[in-house]
Design a binder for this molecule. Structure first.
Ligand SMILES: [Mg+2]
Length: 261
């Protein structure tokens, strides 16, 4: 089972009111069209502000669903190309950092990657959930995971292979349940090209009920106590990048579809 999604309450913003226009029919049509344009612009601007608040500042938390007013803009963001451009920009920044660090090449240089919507994508599933506008449903999501058909996120697969080529040991860390989703997750990662990582850690029974922050902090602590130097840590959730033993640098990937605490 994935980490529990936290229930929040987002207040939808007020739409502009085209009905406030009045005049002759042609003028009314023109003004109504203009008002509709303004509404669309307001929607886009407000959605962009919301995404910045979610992704950059983490000020909208906890939240349960994407406000339904944002559905068209979130859909466009996730499927129209910008999401992948944002991923590429962040991965470029990560690679720039990786190229500048001085590794020890003693087998103890390490890196941590989250799995869901970091290595492999759940966008196909979330298309059916209106990209997060519908509440999280653990039953259908588990069924999706068991298919083992999450595609690789290309930019992160490239990062993964670059890290391996540099001699880093890559640790994959996920909140997926070890007992029920372990095989599907391993198979999915392998069939998408994530081969050669040092270790995949899924949530075992010992960590059930813990927050993602606490669970992932504990696993990172164990990695460091084995003697590894954790040069970087990448995830799509703030809870991947909060807590203890975070690594020397953390990198947040975009994901406006859901929030895990
Ligand atoms: Mg994730």
């Amino acid at each position: 089972m994935l980490d529990k999604l936290v229930i929040g309450d987002l207040k939808p913003y007020a739409r502009a009111s085209p009905e406030s226009s009045s005049s002759s029919s042609s003028s009314l049509s023109c003004k109504a069209s203009s008002a509709a344009d303004n509404t669309n612009t307001n929607n886009y601007s407000y959605c962009l502000g919301w995404r910045l608040a979610v992704e950059v500042a983490n000020t909208v938390r906890p939240w349960r669903t994407v406000p339904i007013e944002f559905f068209p803009d979130i859909e466009t963001y996730m499927t129209g190309g910008q999401y992948y451009k944002d991923l590429e920009l962040i991965v470029d920044q990560i690679l720039s950092y990786v190229n500048d660090i001085v590794l020890h090449y003693d087998g103890m240089d390490a890196w941590v990657l989250d799995v869901d919507d970091t290595c492999i994508s759940n966008i196909r599933y979330y298309k059916g959930r209106r990209y997060g506008c519908d509440p999280f449903d653990s039953t259908t999501f588990k069924a999706w995971i068991l298919k083992g058909e999450c595609p690789a996120i290309p930019a992160v697969l490239g990062l993964f292979n670059n890290l391996l080529a540099r001699g880093l040991k890559v640790f994959l860390l996920t909140g997926r349940d070890q007992e029920t989703l372990g095989k599907a997750t391993t198979d999915n990662l392998h069939n998408q090209g994530f081969i050669g990582y040092e270790r995949l850690t899924l949530r075992s029974s010992a960590y059930k009920g813990q927050s993602a922050v606490r669970y992932k902090s504990e696993i990172r602590k164990q990695i460091e106590e084995e003697g590894y130097r954790m040069w970087g840590n990448v995830g799509d959730q703030w809870s991947d990048l909060q807590g203890e033993r975070l690594g020397k640098r953390t990198f947040k990937l975009p994901n406006p579809m859901y929030f895990i605490s």
